[in-house]
Design a protein around this ligand. Sequence first.
Ligand SMILES: [Zn+2]
Length: 497
Amino acid sequence: MKMKKLVKNCSVLDVESARGFVSNRDILLSGGRIESIRAASEELPADVEVIDGKNLLAIPGLINAHTHSPEMLGRASHDRLPLEPWLVYMENAMGRYSLRDHYLAAALCAIETLKNGGTSLLDHLTMPGGWTNETIDAAMQAYADAGIRATIAPLIPDPSESVMRDALAKRFEIKILDPKLQDKPPSIDEQMAIYRAFHDKWEGACNGRLKTAIGPGGIQWSSPEHLRACFDLARSLDMGVHTHLMETRVQERTVQSRFGMSAVEFLAKEGMLEPRLSLAHSVWLTDRDIRLIAESGATPVHNPAANMRLGSGFSPIKKFLMAGCVPALGADGCMSGDHQNMFAIMHLAAQIHNSSPEGYNPEKWISSYEVLRMVTEGGAKAIRNPDLRGINKGALADITLLDLDDSALTPLNNAVHSLSFSVPSSCVKHVIVNGEIVVRDKRMTTLDEHAIYAECREAAQRHMFSGFMPPEVVDEVQRILKDRNGLYASTKFENKV
Ligand SMILES: [Zn+2]
């Protein structure tokens, strides 16, 4: 096999140039990195595999900084559910996963991310197959096989049974109804042993492509002791910590009544706000919270599709940017966000804030350049990989090549505007991760994608994603929707989800 690759005579995204790209460039890849970018020439280096770059635009691989792979099998299986009743639906519909289900869901997540131009993902891995290293291994093996750059942050709940109920008790007393799901989570000590074994087995595996992180569910679902143990271990092993932060108004009120302060103030008081931390959603925050996060170097992760789908609200992204913080972007799991298409996420991020409650002033709108920074620079920070530095000499070779001979990129007046507002993922032709071609001519080179799709369809049938929910689940969701505070007063949940 040839050691080097040359993307010959392509165009390259260049935010400094007037139209956002430069033409006639050769990109030489070696050892998983970009060795050089120079004017296209007829001369070929020795021992090089040539990728014809004619009519292709090279852009940095997009980074999906928040998803939950097991939700892939329940994609688009419900309608009109806000987050709290959705949780009851989601956990019950999933039931119990086999290790193969976990592998398939992660493989599907990787395939969809890659074929839509993403090269990295952060899987905040929920574990309906059981909170064990075998479950984590099943998902990680799929990422190893798919060739994607992946970080897994396993989400293991606080073992103190009361925490989740306490956290939401004053409002909802959410119950998970399926008795199969009533396993008690491992003790804090057992959890730390799982994280340590996970780290020792997978950190830096596949030539640095795979990374490990710790993933407590969220301040609203964890005791201070649980969070402290997670941070202590993360610091001793130099791992990232990834968690949910204030996705809904209910969560914000719950934390206020539980701690007498905001979640961010609690994290600051505990010394937990730091660069290793990434915070999915970050919707219901005060100006002081935003300032504290920006000063700490932690990274918020904006999930506009899931926030819109579950009616959670608008994350104050412009305020983060104005405070000097570049948030990352995430697709979230397919049961709240429905897909893993990071171009679609960029388009939402670029547009929804114009119509948010603060959107009357165009100065508060997010620019296409800011969106591009979020899905690249912000994402690299969330997954703690400073070597993902775009298409630059010495950076890791994670490159998406778009077909310029396509109606969607014709004419290419400004490449950055096109990426942030209009490029469909059907323009994605080749995808390179760590210097290896994982999508060639729109096909996976690493996995038999159609065999994975067939198995995923079968697996979904074994769960409750396309069938009727048991009446007690429907009752529980209805009860929450009729909550005393009237938050969901006009929403109806029917037996057929
Ligand atoms: Zn999430």
